[in-house]
Design a protein around this ligand. Sequence first.
Ligand code: AMP
Ligand code: MG
Length: 342
Amino acid sequence: METLVLKPDENSIALAGNLLRNGEVVAIPTETVYGLAANAFDGKAVAKIFQAKGRPMDNPLIVHISDISQVYDLVCEFPEKAQKLARQFWAGAITMIMPCSDKIPEEVTAGLDTVAIRFPSHEIARKIIDSAGVPLAAPSANLSGSPSPTSAVHVYNDLHGKIPLIIDGGESTVGVESTVLSVVGDVPTLLRPGGITVEQIESVIGKIRIDKGVLNQIDNNAVVSSPGMKYKHYSPKANIIIVKCDGDEYTDYINTLPEKKNIGALCYDEDRDKLTVPCVSLGEKDDFQTQAHHLFDALRQLDLMNLHTVYARCPKKEGVGLAVYNRLIRSAGFEVIDLEKS
Ligand code: AMP
Ligand code: MG
């Protein structure tokens, strides 16, 4: 199949809407990462997403809307706390898990009795949803397991030949996937950190629970609150190792490694001039938003450098830094060298 890549305009958005209404998949830009979308009410169309990505069928998708009124078709209950969060943070980078209506095919929910819903702020994403005339189920538009796509080129590299259309809306500004919060039950639970931070959520609805899968490795056989937690994610070709430390120990550690062939670094701007190995920077040390924006592109750049091992700075777990940490620790398969302890 030929894959068209088109800039967003009236014609390309109408074409995307047509394809989606006719049961096809289309890659669309959003503010978090690019999504691979299909009509959320059409199980056969949604199945094509899993096929193109090679995504395990038991990992449910997020349904994207372009108007709050669409929520009522998707849920059987819109909890009070979810409504408060929606008023504050939608349109934006937070997905809420709610009890689902019986209109949603099981391909979307993976057979769960809940559904994940997000209202993206990206103007083109919203226009495409409007043009399709239905909510769109969409996971990230990458091959399952590889770093999520934050540009049309990333999508093309992973999925060309497998999907008919990519709408190129430029770089995703946030750069990491949405925050996923379950609002089912008494205390809302964070299942995935993202663009909207824990601090922001708690300022609206009070204390939330952080699921243990956010920071810790999940056993393959464990029962998880969010199926996505148990899969290998965000993996570049090189081995990533996280280095935990505060100051110059990071650059000293790398520069004094006995063997530096095919070694690289995923560092901060401040480290670049000190390092004697090839490196890619995420941004300044305390600029978590820039780090999030660069993360997936940096992982893809490292892929092109033919490295065997990449030593990555351990991100701080504050604000959007928690999302960067959550993605990077997974791309490293939870392998950490703790220089603070040695
Ligand atoms: P992606 O679309 O690739 O960003 O992945 C969506 C994430 O949301 C995955 O980690 C899913 O496991 C999670 N998710 C989607 N629907 C649900 C649900 N009903 N309950 C729990 N987690 C969900
Ligand atoms: Mg994904």
